[in-house]
Unconditional design. Structure first.
Length: 490
């Protein structure tokens, strides 16, 4: 029975360490690092998605939104988010500013911006607050992936990044549920509208999470002073990932790092992959097409309009975890991209036809939930491929987010304007085209990984089976020491 449980753990989570001290360390890291990053990403997603929920719950009329101004507000958020990417990457990889201080400052500032949204009087104020809010939210998503790569082995990344990504979807899910509950219980209380209470509650939830991170978050293995880690555990945390030296960022080091980055194919292709795939695979959640369709039918109450998209979010959560496990079992992160493309291709084709009945619409929106797995698998893929260079790894992870938002800055306005809701015909066509482009980029990464592997991570097996395969191959090798094939992972 213990052996069976360990096998189940290896498939659903990660292969458990055989060393008791390492297993205890890993448990501690999961309790603190995963809990804080997931909570931080949860409240971030809550703060971001609640604007749409507030918009359809009375904010549009009270503040005076017109035409595609909601889309423009989203673009202001995107602009702030992309401006904050590289400064956050440099701050986190410099080993000069403790990570917990960076996260704490960012969370406090964005929570205050969220609170201020409850009291805006015009659309222009929304634009400004959303820009500043996003500027400070930029550190969390890619920063958390960077921290995972700093503390966890390759075989430990998959399920943990899936749980992390799922936390944002839980935030989006909770947003609709919370708005529906507020409409029932808090609307008009103390003279405030339901949509105003939504932002106030967001603020109340975010601040304690920020202080939790300030007290408990362990920074990186080389810089940690966490009181809950012993000296032996800190040393083990460094040695289990190969005793890599911490890089103190200085101008010569920075200049050399930039030269290395701009001549490395990993930075270009992983940035391009997430830029085009995120805007296509995450269409239903990002552009709110389901909530606009529900409202346009006139057959659903305001509470139902807020509640029902939670079904889509639930599918996104479950499919992200399942597909991440599939990528770990198969030993390929790349395989998830064609699966996601198939799901959103079916969705977009059905919505281009449009006259498919309510059941058809429900299916088209819900199947698109499979598109969220790339936030886990593609970032774990990049994290693994860049393990040999911490600065490259940080900049690549943040660039994936940066260029995704640069792309979306024009993409949302040009192809997904709110004025075209609920059909979004141009957006559906663009989804098919950008999804196909992401497959081409995926193929290029796989090809280059096999032909020109860079760094020790490129030759590792994601599923943790490389050592076994090497033994088997050597056993089959000719006695004269002939070449043994080397397997590379995509």
């Amino acid at each position: 029975m213990p052996s069976l449980l360990r096998r189940i753990e290896a498939v659903l989570w990660s292969p458990p360490p055989t060393d008791r001290a390492e297993r205890k360390l890993l448990f501690k890291l999961d309790v603190v690092i995963l809990s804080f990053t997931c909570l931080a990403y949860f409240v971030l997603a809550l703060d971001v998605s609640n604007l749409t929920n507030a918009y359809v719950s009375g904010m549009a009329e009270d503040v005076g939104f017109k035409g595609s101004q909601l889309t423009l507000a989203g673009s202001c958020w995107t602009a702030g988010y992309l401006v904050g990417q590289w400064p956050a990457a440099i701050a986190l990889s410099s080993n000069r500013i403790p990570v917990r201080y960076t996260f704490f400052t960012c969370m406090i500032v964005w929570s205050v911006c969220t609170l201020a949204l409850a009291f805006v009087k015009n659309v222009q104020s929304v634009y400004g607050l959303r820009f500043v809010q996003a500027l400070f939210e930029a550190a969390v998503f890619s920063g958390s992936h960077y921290i995972y790569g700093s503390w966890y082995k390759e075989v430990e990344l998959g399920a943990r990044t899936a749980i992390f990504v799922a936390s944002a979807n839980v935030g989006s899910l909770f947003s609709g549920v919370m708005q529906g509950a507020i409409l029932d219980g808090l609307a008009g209380k103390n003279g405030l509208k339901a949509w105003q209470w939504l932002f106030i509650i967001d603020f109340i939830i975010t601040v304690p999470v920020a202080f939790y991170g300030l007290i408990f978050f362990p920074d990186t293995p080389h810089t940690t002073k966490a009181f809950w880690l012993s000296a032996e555990e800190r040393s083990l945390a460094v040695s289990r990932l190969g005793n890599k030296e911490a890089v103190k960022l200085s101008w010569p080091v920075f200049a050399k790092a930039i030269r290395n980055i701009v001549t490395d194919w990993r930075w270009y292709l992983f940035s391009a992959l997430f830029a085009v795939s995120a805007t296509s695979y995450e269409k239903t959640g990002v552009y709110g097409e389901m909530i606009f369709w529900l409202k346009s039918t006139g057959r659903y109450s305001l509470q139902q309009v807020n509640y029902y998209p939670s079904i889509f979010t639930t599918i996104a959560i479950v499919s992200t975890y399942v597909l991440t496990i599939v990528s770990t079992i198969t030993g390929s992160r790349a395989i998830i991209n064609p699966i996601m493309f198939l799901a959103v291709f079916i969705s977009s084709v059905m919505l281009l036809v449009w006259d498919i009945g309510d059941a058809g619409h429900w299916f088209a929106y819900l199947i698109a939930g499979f598109g969220y797995a790339g936030q886990s698998t593609n970032f774990a893929w990049a994290n693994t491929m860049c393990q040999d260079d911490d600065i490259l790894r940080a900049v690549t992870l943040y660039s994936m987010n940066l260029f995704s938002n640069v792309w979306n800055l024009w993409y949302a306005i040009a192809l997904w304007p709110q004025a075209q809701a609920p059909k979004f015909r141009n957006g559906q066509i663009a989804t098919i085209a950008t999804g196909a482009a992401s497959l081409v980029i995926t193929g290029a990464i796989v090809y280059l990984t096999r032909k020109y592997p860079r760094g020790p991570a490129a030759n590792k097996d994601i599923a943790g089976q490389r050592d076994v395969e090497d033994v088997e191959e050597k056993a089959k090798a000719p006695a004269d020491g002939g070449d043994v094939p080397v397997l590379h992972h995509s």
